[in-house]
Each structure stands twice: as structure tokens, then as C-alpha cells.
Design a protein around this ligand. Structure first.
Ligand code: SF4
Ligand code: SF4
Length: 370
């Protein structure tokens, strides 16, 4: 399996990382088997969090593979925001993981400017992480968040984080284009490792798993983390990693543009529907719809399984208010549409642009559509 530099840390990590959240769903004996099989296959990145099952994921990892501690990069996360809480959380994590240090401690789920200010402030969690680093209990410090990356970008400006963990997949690239366009280049310039999460968009891309992993591995990231909870899934993920061949930029673009999961509902932000005679910035409206619910709600129930999955995932990232606030600043919102009919025939992806605009306006401004 290919290994890549983990930013400027001097570590090297396998392109496939083992995410520990889903260890909560399986018995210990199965977790032990999966973790050891992953290490035997050349994987060397295992990640968990203090909050996963209140330490249960960490406990399973510690029990299963602490005897092989030198073989892997161990990453955990703290959701605490102050120094004391961070150090207490780390004490528990090291105890659960049966080790004297983690290679990376991530500030977990830093989703708002307020969260970021808290961890950066005197007496904040970062101060605790730095103290633990001086003691050798933490080797490197990083930060994580789903979805819209403004806070992560601000974090990289404010502090030299060694690693940043973010969502990247070919579905959400059209909902959060700022991640690939701004956050990844910023992290690269800063020498921070990028930890990619959600290569299958929380399972939405399960029918196209090999393509989704190939897309993820082809991004400028150090490691692609997969939450693994079965032997079949581990075998698939290892196979994808072992036979991975990079996509060219054109191939990646083509894959994303033509992916069946995007269908005739997700806007590719191409702008070919413009100009609109009343000045509606159609791609921007759909971009904000992406922030709101990842363009997953389309008002129809064509396939109940697919519908249930989308309903479960659509607000996973919690960016609804941010989307509504940004939409409120648009000078011309979608309710100004005069239904001239010009945009829909121009869309090369078959989107019913007028109807989708009305639905996006309903989500973002609460105006009725029926
Ligand atoms: S149908 Fe509405 S959104 Fe489309 S071009 Fe005409 S006015 Fe603009
Ligand atoms: S043409 Fe279609 S895909 Fe392109 S920006 Fe307009 S609505 Fe989106």
C-alpha cells in the first residue's frame, strides 16, 4: 500500500486510514480481527476520538493493538475547549488506548468561530495540547471539522496546526467547493497534513465505492480515513488502496461531473444556465443549498431506501443557519424568478432549474413553494 508524507511532521502514513467510530457497532473480537488485519496489510494510521462511545472505541483499539503500538500512527480527538478539560480528556484517552502518547491530537469538531476562539484563547484547549506536547504525550496537534471550511481556514491562519481533517468526496465537492479550492491549497502551503474523511459521503456513494476511493486517493491529502466495521468492507477498502492508480485532473473532473449520485438534481456549478434576465446568480443559490442540506432534499420520494439515506445525512454537517444567513445577503434571491424559461434548457445536466430554485428558496428563506 502506498505511503505518503504526513505534512511536515516527518511521519509517513498509508493512504488508507482506519477510522474507529464504527468499532462501536461490532463486538470486541471482530474489532480485534479488523484492526490487526489492517496492520498486517500495511496500513499504519488508526484514528478515534474521546467522544466515540465515551471512550469505547479507544478502549477497543487499546486492547486490540497496543502491543503493536510502534507499527502505527495513532490519532485521537478531544472535544474539550479549555486547557484543563483537554488535559483530562487526554489522560483518559491514553489510559483507554494503553499507550503513553498519541502521534496526533485533533481539536474535534471546531465548527464555529466561537469554538475556535475558545481553543485559541489563554487557558484554551490548545494551551493544554501544547503542554502535553512538551511532556511527549502528544507529538503533533491538528484540528477537524465537517463541511463548510471557513473556520478551518481561519484556524490555519491563526495557528501552525500540523494536520487538518476535512470532508472530501466527489459528491460534496459541489456543496462545499471551498474545501478543494481553498482549504487544501492553504494546508499544503502551510505544510499541514490533510486527513480526508467521508470518502463515500457518509455512505451515499456506496454503489460506486471504488470510484469514490480512487477520487479520494487522488486528492492532495496524506491519508483517506474509512470507518470500517466489517470484514467485507475492510477487504474492499484494502483492495481499492492496493490497486489504486491516480486519476488525472481531467479524469477526476469527468468522474465528478458524470457521477450517477449527482443525477439531475445536484448543481455542478458550471454557470451554463446564465445569464438570468433578472440577475439571479443561479449557481450561487444552489451552492448555498449545498451548505444547507448538501442538495439532498429534492421534495420527491422515488426510491424509499435512497430517500431514507438522504434524510439521515442531509443535515449531518449543521451548516443550515450559515447557509440561511449567507442567502439573506444575496441582492437578488430566487423568489424574483419571472419564469421566463431561459435557464432550464441550458443546463447540460438536465436539472429542472426553475423548480429547483423554488425549492432552494423554500429551504433558505422559508418561502412557500406550493
Ligand atoms: S426562469 Fe427564472 S431563474 Fe431562469 S432565467 Fe428566467 S427568470 Fe432567471
Ligand atoms: S447549468 Fe445546471 S449544473 Fe450548471 S450551474 Fe446551471 S443549474 Fe447548475
Amino acid at each position: 500500500m502506498q505511503h505518503r508524507p504526513f505534512g511536515r511532521t516527518g511521519l509517513k502514513t498509508s493512504i488508507l486510514g482506519f477510522g474507529g467510530f464504527h468499532l462501536l457497532e461490532i463486538p470486541y473480537s471482530e474489532a480485534e480481527f479488523l484492526l490487526n488485519t489492517y496492520l498486517d496489510a500495511g496500513g499504519n494510521y488508526i484514528e478515534t476520538a474521546a467522544s466515540y462511545g465515551r471512550g469505547e472505541s479507544e478502549r477497543k483499539i487499546g486492547r486490540a493493538v497496543s502491543s503493536r503500538r510502534s507499527e502505527f500512527v495513532l490519532v485521537t480527538k478531544t472535544g474539550e475547549r479549555d486547557r484543563v478539560g483537554c488535559l483530562e480528556s487526554l489522560d483518559h484517552s491514553l489510559d483507554h488506548l494503553r499507550t503513553d502518547h498519541v502521534d496526533v491530537l485533533l481539536m474535534h469538531g471546531v465548527g464555529t468561530k466561537r469554538d475556535l476562539d475558545q481553543i485559541l484563547a489563554p487557558g484554551g484547549a490548545l494551551e493544554g495540547a501544547e503542554y502535553a506536547k512538551q511532556q511527549g504525550r502528544v507529538r503533533h496537534i491538528g484540528i477537524s471539522m465537517h463541511g463548510q471550511p471557513d473556520v478551518l481556514l481561519a484556524a490555519l491562519h491563526a495557528y501552525d496546526f500540523d494536520a487538518v481533517m476535512t470532508t472530501v468526496n466527489y459528491y460534496d465537492r459541489f456543496n462545499f467547493p471551498e474545501i478543494e479550492n481553498a482549504l487544501l491549497p492553504r494546508a499544503q502551503r502551510a505544510g499541514a497534513a490533510v486527513i480526508l474523511m467521508k470518502p463515500l459521503a457518509d455512505g451515499l456513494l456506496w454503489r460506486s465505492a471504488e470510484n469514490a476511493f480512487r477520487y479520494a486517493f487522488s486528492r492532495p491529502v496524506s491519508v483517506v480515513v474509512s470507518g470500517i466495521n466489517s470484514r467485507a468492507m475492510l477487504a474492499d477498502d484494502l483492495r481499492f488502496a492496493e490497486r489504486y492508480e491516480p486519476l488525472t485532473r481531467e479524469q477526476a473532473d469527468q468522474l465528478a461531473m458524470s457521477a450517477p449520485e449527482l443525477g439531475t438534481h445536484v448543481c455542478r456549478l458550471c454557470g451554463q444556465c446564465l445569464p438570468c434576465p433578472v440577475g439571479i446568480d443561479i449557481p450561487e443559490v444552489f451552492h448555498l443549498e449545498g451548505w444547507y442540506d448538501r442538495q439532498m432534499g429534492n421534495g420527491r420520494v422515488d426510491d424509499t431506501t435512497e430517500y431514507a439515506l438522504r434524510e439521515r445525512l442531509k443535515h449531518w454537517f449543521g451548516n443550515q443557519q450559515l447557509a440561511r444567513d449567507r442567502y439573506a445577503t444575496l441582492a437578488i434571491q430566487a423568489d424574483k424568478c419571472t419564469h421566463c424559461g431561459a435557464c432550464t434548457p441550458r443546463c447540460p445536466y438536465g436539472l429542472e432549474v426553475e423548480a429547483k430554485l423554488a425549492y432552494a428558496d423554500y429551504k433558505l428563506a422559508g418561502r412557500g413553494i406550493f
